[in-house]
Design a protein around this ligand. Structure first.
Ligand SMILES: NC(=O)c1ccc[n+]([C@@H]2O[C@H](COP(=O)([O-])OP(=O)(O)OC[C@H]3O[C@@H](n4cnc5c(N)ncnc54)[C@H](OP(=O)(O)O)[C@@H]3O)[C@@H](O)[C@H]2O)c1
Length: 252
């Protein structure tokens, strides 16, 4: 039995809800009593999860590399649910590529999804939250960042660069909101290794999961979703900036 969540009844939009950490966060926030928009490209997965979670879960397809698709996602959320109170910028990916002779397309995809889409979604959510002040909630933007925002893992220069950018975007937004006297809060959660589809996407090889996650007990998506739920549950005067979570056996 979960304790009542202070944001129960509010609307949370979770990007990357078709898999891994995003699906776990969507599940957790539904259990917390929030109304949740599940957003990603794979609509079949979103519809299956929405059916499992019940009437407070709403599947909406988006391609975060396409700004028009992002704007449509927010318009549909306004039309169906009255707008966003909480944004979980979770969608993201790494591609195994070098900086000295890597693929421009791999760099572009990481930058577009991990940095640019996160920034566009944040702007749209803040617009919603401001428009709906009357609802009495100041709102929250939570970025799923990475331990790669805090040190550069071997051969992951561009992925790490995108997560260092997320760290800067967290603090930059905090400063802007502070200067504006806003009550909107911004936070990050920075995981180490979590068993998801991330490794298969990173290596372009579904069998990479065993190599990446099989050497010791890594984090489960639920470890991150519980942290996200806790960050959002803090009282209005308490702004969590970053939560760093590693598997106990992860060296760096
Ligand atoms: N797993 C780890 O070890 C780890 C560690 C630190 C940080 N993280 C971060 O955690 C977040 C979630 O990753 P995960 O581990 O859960 O990986 P995952 O299982 O591969 O999930 C990634 C999610 O991002 C979505 N996505 C990717 N490109 C998209 C696009 N163009 N448009 C819309 N959605 C897109 C995917 O949905 P569709 O493919 O259906 O569009 C999927 O739902 C990422 O930001 C990642 O950087 C992961």
């Amino acid at each position: 039995m979960r304790l009542p969540h202070p944001l129960a009844g509010r609307v949370a939009l979770v990007t990357g809800a078709s898999s891994g950490i995003g699906a776990a966060i969507a599940r957790c926030l539904c259990e917390d009593g929030l109304r949740v928009v599940l957003a990603a490209r794979r609509l079949d997965r979103l519809l299956a999860l929405a059916e499992e979670l019940g009437p407070d879960a709403h599947a909406m397809q988006v391609d975060l590399r396409d700004e028009a698709s992002i704007l449509t996602l927010f318009e549909q959320t306004r039309a169906r649910l009255g707008g966003v109170d909480v944004l979980i910028n979770n969608a993201g990916l790494g591609r195994r590529t070098t900086l000295s002779d890597g693929s421009t397309e791999a760099w572009r995809e990481m930058l577009e999804v991990n940095v640019l889409a996160l920034t566009i979604c944040t702007r749209e959510a803040i617009r919603d939250i401001r428009d709906m002040r009357a609802r009495g909630v100041d709102g929250h933007v939570l970025h799923i960042s990475s331990m790669s925002a805090h040190r550069v893992p071997h051969a992951s220069g561009m992925y790490s660069a995108t997560k260092y950018a997320v760290r800067s975007l967290t603090e930059g937004l905090r400063q802007e909101l502070y200067e504006q006297g806003s009550g909107i809060r911004v936070s990050s959660v920075s995981p180490g290794f979590v068993e998801t589809e991330f490794a298969a996407v990173y290596h372009g090889d579904p069998s990479a999961a065993e190599r990446t996650y099989g050497q010791y007990k890594v984090l489960e998506p639920q470890d991150i979703s519980e942290a996200a739920s806790w960050v959002l549950a803090q009282p209005a005067h308490c702004q969590v900036h970053d939560v760093l979570i590693r598997p106990t056996r992860q060296e760096r």
